[in-house]
Write a protein that binds this ligand. Structure first.
Ligand code: C2E
Ligand code: CA
Ligand code: CA
Ligand code: CA
Length: 276
């Protein structure tokens, strides 16, 4: 048994060593990727729950890796966070998103709104509002999705100030992954977000579970009481869309309606839908 134990430990430390080497290699790779601006957004459209008209698009980062192709953020976001470069990555995605937005407009396509994800690292930057104010966007066309795990309650004054100033620039605040973290009702009052975005882990079971439907409907109620709209992500079937609409969600996002797609595919996708 002892022998097996030692083999196991050896195996275990080998694995750890391999992972450490791997992470180090990835860290170098992420830094190189940032320099070469290899991080780009893809877009997932959002729809009005009642009319199914396009209400906007969420920008989701992908890594256009020179050898591995287009990578989803499964591992590289963790590495970027560890390296303290999430703010740079978010900034790169936002700048590209605004450029894509202008590109669509130049083709005569008006996308009502773009949402970008904003990490805790970026929200803590004391220059954030200045940096954002230098960008070229129309008030009302941009939303920041803030994850609920950012501790808004013990919120540093810095974060509270930043949110205030961002809102003053005409940017909507949304609470992302609502229901998976610990945003309190008080933090909702303090942040006055325009939308709560219910996480797909809460949304996916609504088809089979009455309790999940009750949960979603109570989030909608809280939203109503505070004048905050509700977005549901993870809309994977027509049945999901129907149920979520009936429960009072205003905006829907999910594979059943549109997959994340590159900027250049978006105009054709929207035009094809308009003809249906
Ligand atoms: P999120 O903000 O909750 O984004 C939704 C995720 O769900 C996306 O994964 C999206 O592709 C996926 N999704 C969309 N529709 C469906 C559906 O119907 N069913 C299921 N099962 N999944 C669906 P993705 O693109 O892999 O992004 C993962 C997470 O990475 C995001 O979760 C967000 O937290 C983070 N992230 C993505 N882009 C950025 C970024 O630019 N900055 C920051 N800070 N975080 C980002
Ligand atoms: Ca999001
Ligand atoms: Ca998230
Ligand atoms: Ca989510």
């Amino acid at each position: 048994a002892r022998q097996r134990g030692r083999n196991h430990i050896e195996y275990f430390t080998d694995t750890l060593r391999a992972e450490a080497v791997d992470t180090k290699r990835m860290a170098d790779d992420v830094l190189r990727g940032l320099e070469r601006r290899e991080f780009i957004p893809v877009y997932q459209l959002q729809f009005d729950a009642r009319t199914l008209e396009v209400t906007g698009a969420e920008a989701l980062v992908r890594w256009q890796h020179p050898r591995q192709g287009l990578l989803t953020p499964f591992r590289f976001l963790e590495v970027a966070e560890m390296l303290n470069v999430m703010g740079d990555l978010d900034a790169m995605v936002l700048e590209q998103a605004l450029a894509d937005f202008r590109g669509w407009a130049a083709q005569g396509l008006r996308v009502p709104r773009i949402s970008v994800n904003v990490s805790a690292q970026r929200l803590g930057d004391d220059m954030l509002a200045e940096r954002i104010s230098r960008l070229d966007f129309e008030p009302g066309t941009l939303a920041f999705e803030l994850v609920e795990t950012i501790s808004f309650d013990d919120a540093s004054q810095q974060i509270a100030d930043n949110i205030q100033r961002i809102r003053a620039l005409g940017i909507d605040i949304e609470i992302d992954d609502f229901g998976t973290g610990y945003a309190s009702i008080l933090s909702l009052l303090n942040l006055s977000p325009r939308f709560l975005k219910i996480d797909k882990d809460l949304v996916l079971p609504v088809v089979g579970s009455a309790r999940s439907r009750k949960l979603v409907s109570s989030v909608v109620e809280i939203g109503r009481a505070l004048g905050i709209g509700v977005i549901a992500e993870g809309v994977e079937s027509a049945r999901h869309a129907e149920i979520l609409r009936d429960l009072g969600c205003q905006i829907l996002q999910g594979y059943a309606l549109a997959r994340p797609m590159p900027a250049e595919d978006l105009p054709a996708f929207i035009r094809a839908r308009a003809w249906q």
